[in-house]
Write a protein that binds this ligand. Structure first.
Ligand code: UDP
Ligand code: MG
Length: 312
């Protein structure tokens, strides 16, 4: 079996050589264990780095026959860099892993074993988050819970460390949306999947390329690409306001006609304000519903992916 390992890199000059040598060591040990073929390759994707990342990758790919360098024209972000790697790399199965090796590379062996057992997608899931900063832990966990609440199921504590078989990659290619949130899409492909647990370690050098701003961006992207619930909430608010308006209307009319407290002009000013506001939000909600439809049509997601055909 030919394996491809895809590593997205953005300003990783401090870690890349070490990462390469560790992955090469893993490569030869897997080859001698007869788990993968010698032709298996490691693909470093340079995501428009501003430092010496690309020269280092270039040098590495000249020195080692099983290292390939892919340079993106500019910084496209982690998800797109990953995608570029997955669509370019060859192999019967591809593993994606971060350049900082926070994810235990020994797990790749287990992933490959599962692949040999006929599993198409193996999710790497971290057991604990002790090594992450408090902020990272809290934001990440809130994110997973929020996603679940909004009806977009994703694998808890799974980042982008996973193995995908060739046909799972082909399935992925049928998702044409531009704002691709891989962690959400991969479960939608289907096929048999399994989970490989591991301990996440600290970055051995360099800083995280995912500052809070980027994490919020990723989360917003994920939610808006997987859920129309925020749009539906507008309709709900509209309905609530509309019913509240009816109650207020009855109260205003009561004050106006059955008491002597009403200031002249009060009822005719106050009533339309509540009434029109309720109608307005309701209308925005209706527009939102249609927007939600357009949005899901425009994505042109595949409606099915065939796993097997018997006697075609
Ligand atoms: N990365 C990338 N493009 C970017 C940002 C990050 O390719 O614009 C890569 C980065 O080099 C690393 C991976 O994505 O291999 C994950 O980034 P990082 O380790 O900084 O994220 P964290 O582990 O802190 O979530
Ligand atoms: Mg990292």
């Amino acid at each position: 079996m030919k394996l491809g390992i895809v590593v997205p890199c953005y300003n990783e000059e401090e870690v890349i050589s070490e990462t390469a040598s560790r992955l090469l060591a893993l490569h030869s040990s897997l080859v001698s264990a007869d788990q993968i073929e010698v032709e298996s390759k490691i693909y470093f994707v340079d995501d428009g780095s501003k430092d010496r990342t690309w020269p280092i990758i270039e040098e590495l790919s000249r020195q080692h026959s099983n290292i390939t360098g892919i340079k993106l024209a500019r910084n496209c972000g982690h998800q797109h860099a990953l995608l570029a790697g997955l669509y370019t790399a060859e192999g019967d199965a591809l593993v994606s892993i971060d350049a900082d090796l926070q994810d235990d590379i020994r797990v790749i062996g287990r992933m490959v074993e599962d692949f040999h057992d006929g599993v198409d997608v193996v999710y790497g899931v971290r057991k604990q988050r002790d090594t992450d900063t408090f902020l990272k832990r809290v934001t990440a966990q809130t994110f997973y819970k929020l996603m679940k609440l909004l009806g977009a199921e994703s694998i808890y504590n799974h980042a982008d460390y996973r193995l995908m078989s060739r046909r799972a990659i082909d399935g992925l290619k049928q998702f044409k949306e531009v704002n691709l949130f891989l962690r959400g899409i991969v479960p939608l492909i289907g096929f048999r999947s399994s989970i490989a647990y591991y301990d996440r370690t600290e970055r051995f050098a360099g800083k995280s390329k995912y500052p809070l701003k980027r994490m919020i961006g990723l989360a917003l992207n994920a939610i808006t690409s997987f859920s129309v619930i925020p749009l539906r909430m507008i309709t709900m608010v509209g309905f609530l306001l509309f019913f509240a308006t009816i109650v207020i209307m009855i109260w205003v009319l009561y004050i106006r006609f059955f008491t002597t407290q009403a200031v002249p002009g009060w009822a005719s000013t106050v009533l339309p304000i509540y009434f029109i506001r309720g109608i307005q939000i309701l209308c925005i909600g209706v527009i939102g519903e249609y927007l939600g439809k357009i949005y899901s049509e425009v994505k042109e997601r595949p409606r099915y992916i065939i796993e097997k055909l018997v006697n075609p």
